[in-house]
Ligand binder design. Structure first.
Ligand code: NAD
Length: 323
């Protein structure tokens, strides 16, 4: 059985040969981390995303303590389409019980993930939030273990993820070219923080694919605001709330504006947005199409940028001291 799929812009991902949809499906909400999501809704959300042309799905054993991987696995299986029709990324090293980037743990981790996802291989296996481990261990032990998994056919490509941008240069400067295929950065390419842009020429020079996540700043740039656990400062949260309220007062949606801002930069291969319902998929895909047809709403963007100016590029601490 095949599902009729709408056309979506596909962008090359570094030197991998993969072509990922400009908007990628962030599956962390399927782990109920932003609020409960029933299995039937999770499966319907994945189906709608695929139907609308999204071919790239991102998860982790950490999201919802393995729940996100299980839900995504069910959603993908229910599609009943050839495995080569979609691209799946999962991660290793970060778990509900803590961090462990040892070769032994990550080698076991992929088998557990594949079982939950009901897959024989993933397309990308990322080391998840490496600033919480020793970066030297990532270079000397974790990445070599992932290379072995690549040789064994359990993952096609290797990635690293995290919040501080300097972790990427630290690792990429210390591994042979072509070892790390992609990086996943989050909360650094959106209306309130666009600092990832400075790193893009370096990444392109190394042939490393660029994935950017959390265009809605992990929920801050939505009308309902971020979750309880959101690490941003009260000042940043208040400014984002004011920006959302401003858009609402004009009959506009902050989510659309924020997503379009991230998507407009074509050097970023895919923008991962977390989605937990069919209506969110519909809304976000409509934002992609509208951007293609009409471009950005420059007037509202300028107003929102002015509201966010005092907190522009403000981030929060993440990780352990590497010294
Ligand atoms: P996000 O900025 O994409 O925001 C997600 C929140 O916005 C969720 O509550 C979602 O339900 C809501 N939302 C989405 N579309 C909406 C709409 N149209 N209207 C109203 N609300 C809407 O943050 P995120 O989910 O954290 O990031 C996206 C994905 O990127 C994650 O699911 C994950 O797959 C990945 N990610 C990875 C890392 C990492 O590797 N370290 C970190 C962050 C995110």
């Amino acid at each position: 059985m095949s599902i009729p799929q709408a056309k979506m812009e596909l962008r090359p991902l570094g030197n991998t040969g993969l072509k990922v949809s400009s908007i990628g499906f962030g599956a962390s909400p399927l782990g109920s981390v932003f609020g409960p999501v029933a299995e039937v809704d999770a499966v319907a959300t994945v189906r709608e995303a695929f139907r609308q042309g999204i071919n790239f799905f991102d998860t982790s054993p950490y999201y919802g303590g393995t729940l996100s991987e299980k839900m995504l696995g069910k959603g993908l299986k229910a599609l009943q389409v050839p495995r080569s029709d979609y691209i799946v990324a999962t991660k290793c090293g970060r778990y509900e019980e803590g961090f462990d980037f040892s070769a032994e743990r990550v080698t076991k981790s992929i088998d557990e993930s594949l079982e939950r996802l009901q897959l024989d291989y993933v397309d990308i296996l990322h080391c998840h939030d490496i600033e919480f481990g020793s970066l030297d261990q990532i270079v000397s032990e974790t990445i070599p273990a992932l290379q072995k998994l690549k040789q064994d056919g359990k993952t096609r490509f290797i990635g690293i993820t995290g919040l501080p941008l300097d972790i990427f240069t630290y690792v990429l400067d210390r591994v042979p070219p072509g070892t790390v295929d992609v990086i996943l950065s989050y909360c650094h390419y959106g209306v309130n923080d666009s600092t990832l842009v400075d790193l893009v020429p370096y990444l392109k020079g190394k042939g490393v694919g660029v994935i950017s996540a959390s265009p809605l700043a992990m929920g801050l740039l939505t009308e309902q605001g971020g979750p309880e656990w959101h690490p941003a400062s009260p000042e940043l949260k208040t400014a984002c709330k004011a920006a959302a309220a401003h858009c609402k007062s004009k009959g506009k949606k902050i989510t659309k504006l924020a997503l379009q801002y991230s998507l407009a930069n074509k050097e970023i291969s895919s923008v991962l947005v977390g989605m937990s319902s069919v209506s969110q998929v519909e809304e976000n895909v409509a934002a992609v199409k509208e951007l293609e047809d009409l471009g950005m709403d420059q007037e509202t963007l300028s107003e929102v940028e002015a509201i966010l100016e005092p907190v522009k590029n403000q981030t929060w601490p993440s990780g352990v001291d590497q010294k």
